[in-house]
Ligand binder design. Structure first.
Ligand SMILES: Cc1cc2nc3c(=O)[nH]c(=O)nc-3n(C[C@H](O)[C@H](O)[C@H](O)COP(=O)(O)OP(=O)(O)OC[C@H]3O[C@@H](n4cnc5c(N)ncnc54)[C@H](O)[C@@H]3O)c2cc1C
Length: 368
């Protein structure tokens, strides 16, 4: 069996970012991924690289997301240089207030986030209806919007593919159809990773557990506190039309291939990814309220997917105290944070320590 510096369990958005970041730093790394039978949130998300609305009550998360949006462009460019894959990353995003009360609430939230961030606060703009209509002529009769140049969107499926290709181009070992059943702690240090049939898949000095919902059972077996639960989101997809909306409006965005994504609901239904007509109708109605022209487009399909949610919605990053070298990472917003995961978190793994600046992301925050 091959020996590695790091074994990453899970090849979704988090694991692929860590894998890419690790080989980029010269680490010998294997990514083990269960495959199509597993819950794969990376295949069902909305593709926003999003800052505004993130981190109210936790300025560390707002700063972390701001950092992600700052380095996202360079991260995408590097992936394109290596793989030739264009992630169709575009900056600038609107959050639309349908009525005055909603807009006032959004502005109050943003003000709170900025005051909690102190010196790190970022610029945003509040657009009244007239200005919004000039910038987004297709918008309906709404109150206005908030805008930041930090927000944006990309093609998230190409993001996943680009990170996996870059990982392999730099010598990383990507192993699909390699579901992990257990992780053994070796007496002399390091870890032995066993597959579903009990066969050894790899040995590694360090392990990163980042298998999305698949992490819950593995973490429990390893005595790791990983407070995650599924939150279902449903998304609608329209037919393709000529490009008319370069910037996303949070719940509505036009993809690089011309279709519109309309989203996304929030429901606690355990591990159920099925769509239902009532939820889809609610999504369609609220998006048509913002952009009436959407009502004239035909719908192509819809999907349901499961967010990896923590109790406060913010990331959980930790290293096992009893078994140093065993890291477990989970979060929502794996598209947005992909750049931070690849370029920063992978270095924590190499250094063997999570810097104190990020101690706020430890799950001990839930045990006060
Ligand atoms: C509706 C919806 C919209 C979203 N929109 C956005 C958005 O606009 N912007 C944004 O930033 N984020 C968004 N997200 C969140 C984003 O998709 C997730 O943060 C991200 O996919 C989580 O990545 P992950 O790697 O933790 O999990 P996943 O992407 O689910 O990957 C987990 C991987 O682990 C593997 N696995 C599972 N068990 C095992 C095992 N035992 N052994 C080996 N491998 C295993 C699976 O095969 C899978 O590939 C959205 C999510 C949803 C549901």
């Amino acid at each position: 069996m091959a020996e590695y510096d790091v074994c990453v369990i899970g090849g979704g958005l988090l694991g692929s970012a860590f894998g890419w970041g690790l080989v980029r730093e010269g680490q010998r790394c294997v990514v083990l991924d269960e495959g199509d039978g597993a819950i794969r949130t990376a295949r069902g998300n909305f593709g926003l690289v999003w800052l505004q609305s993130k981190g109210r009550g936790m300025p560390e998360y707002a700063r972390w997301t701001l950092e992600a949006t700052r380095i996202w462009g360079g991260f995408a460019d590097e992936l394109k240089d290596i793989t030739g894959i264009d992630l169709h990353y575009a900056k600038g995003g609107y959050n639309i207030g349908a009525d005055e009360a909603e807009l006032a609430q959004m502005v109050a939230n943003l003000n709170q986030i900025q005051s909690e961030m102190g010196d790190d606060a970022y610029d945003y703009e509040v657009l009244d209806q007239a200005r919004l209509k000039r910038e987004m002529p297709l918008v309906g009769d709404v109150a206005g919007a908030t805008y930041t140049a930090h927000d944006g969107h990309c093609n998230p499926l190409l993001l996943l593919r680009a990170m996996q290709q870059a990982f392999q181009a730099k010598g990383g070992a990507y192993r699909p159809n390699s579901g992990v059943r257990s992780v053994e702690i070796l007496p002399g240090g390091g870890f032995r990773i066993l597959g579903q049939n009990g066969a050894e898949l790899a040995r590694a000095a360090k392990v990163v557990l980042s298998a999305g919902h698949g992490s819950a059972r593995l973490a429990k077996d390893l005595g790791i506190d990983l407070p995650i639960h599924p939150e279902q989101g449903q998304v609608l997809v329209t037919e393709k039309v000529a490009p008319v909306m370069p910037h996303p409006a949070m719940s509505v965005r036009q993809t690089d291939n011309g279709s519109f994504l309309l989203g996304a609901s929030k429901k606690e239904v355990d591990l159920d990814t099925r769509t239902d007509l009532e939820t889809l109708a609610t999504i369609a109605a609220s998006c048509i309220r913002l952009f009436p022209f959407l009502g004239r487009l035909r719908l192509q399909r819809a999907w349901g997917a499961l967010r990896v949610m923590t109790p406060d919605g913010h990331p959980v990053y930790q290293q096992s105290e009893s078994h140093p070298g065993l890291f477990s990472f989970a979060c929502h917003s794996g598209v947005t944070l992909a750049a931070c995961h690849a370029l920063h978190v992978s270095k924590w793994v190499i250094d063997g320590t999570i810097p104190d600046t990020y101690s706020a992301f430890h799950p001990r925050r839930f045990h006060v």
